[in-house]
Design a protein around this ligand. Sequence first.
Ligand code: 13P
Ligand code: SF4
Length: 305
Amino acid sequence: MSDALIEKISKLKAERNAVILAHNYQPPEIQDIADFTGDSLGLSIKASKTDSVVIVFCGVLFMAETAAVLSPQKIVLLPDKNAGCPMADMITAEQLRQLKAQHPDALVVTYVNSSAEVKAESDYCCTSANAAEIVGSLPEDRKIIFVPDQHLGRFVSEKTRRQLILWPGYCASHIVITDDDIKNAKKKYPNAVVMAHPECSELVKALSDQVLSTSQMLRFAKDSPAKEFIVATEVGMIHPLSKQRPDALFVPASEKALCHNMKKITLEKLLWSLQDMQYRIEIPQDIAAKARKALDRMVEVLPSK
Ligand code: 13P
Ligand code: SF4
């Protein structure tokens, strides 16, 4: 069944001149069929550089919106229109405007997990891979608003020693991982290296050896002599990590760390997406132009490491 589906997708992909981009949390079969997998930063860069006519984004809405903003001449498709990011929805453009009005002299750094409207109100975008570098590059005498993830914000604040004006957003799939989960996993695997995503709680990050974006986790594990890893992020990460290092053991810190939105994309929906050219993600020109400025600063100033 799935072989037939994969064949149909590949055929249609060539006919449509499409590229399939998939986030590291996507279901394994989606990651395996994608032309490119990566973290938010890697996918943004890929979306801005591809020659294909169509981009099928296997991820969540803000990622497809980012691709549409960076490639306005391309057709950007999201196979499930309901695959959103609850954290991105925790701040609206109006709420950000109000926050800016309270701090009129502040620069705004916005995590890429946000709507295009919110990005349009921002000076800079960042991802979990480059947030500290972006904040660290800003003038010392400027106040900085950082939205929407408070946990990434606190991590960046600690790393850069800059005080940030934070928004109380969070990712439910990450904060569900507790310090007890890490302690228990460490007891079971005393030699394991603990890798945590910056969206995790401060307690979890404090117990971890490395705080990394999803693609940084892949790069770190590739070069590490360790044979066991405790992975404190969405459980989908276990697939690319194990595929890359079949000789090593990757243990999820918590099986509860599941992003249901990421799992809404299936092979069937991917096929229908290419067949029907649905669901097309388009951003109004005025919003896209403003959001693009904030994204360009991120994509061009600080390339992926
Ligand atoms: P990465 O950019 O590290 O892949 O993170 C994206 C995300 O949505 C984490 O929840
Ligand atoms: Fe959003 Fe969290 Fe899912 Fe990432 S894991 S897409 S931040 S809900």
